[in-house]
Design a binder for this molecule. Structure first.
Ligand SMILES: [Zn+2]
Length: 109
């Protein structure tokens, strides 16, 4: 449970960082999805636009950005609210159920 809380805190921090990046760059999430798409469907360097297959030669900054987002977690490709929901779901899952509590109680008799 304490581990789950620590993980949730860290994930919440990460989500805020991602939210900041999305505020600064309206295409951040789009780029993150594009980078993830490349990971799933291609091998090698990112040389083409994932949408129109246009060569990215000459868009060096975009290539660098996409390459750096390749290793970003799936959270980068999701909206802030979805990330917060995912954190809440795993927190909820870490709370012992009523049945678990009963098993934890000292046995009487
Ligand atoms: Zn394109």
């Amino acid at each position: 449970m304490t581990t789950a809380i620590a993980v949730a805190r860290e994930s919440a921090g990460d989500s805020l960082e991602l939210l900041k990046k999305s505020k600064d760059d309206s295409k951040f999430q789009l780029k993150a999805v594009a980078a993830q798409w490349h990971v799933q469907h291609h091998t090698g360097a990112i040389v083409n636009c994932p949408l129109c297959e246009h060569e990215l030669k000459g868009c060096q900054s975009l290539i660098v950005e996409l390459e750096s987002l390749r290793s970003a977690g799936s959270a980068a490709a999701r909206a802030f609210d979805d990330n917060i929901n995912a954190i809440l779901v795993s927190l909820n899952a870490s709370v012992p159920t009523q049945q678990t509590w009963v098993q934890l109680l000292p046995k009487t008799g």
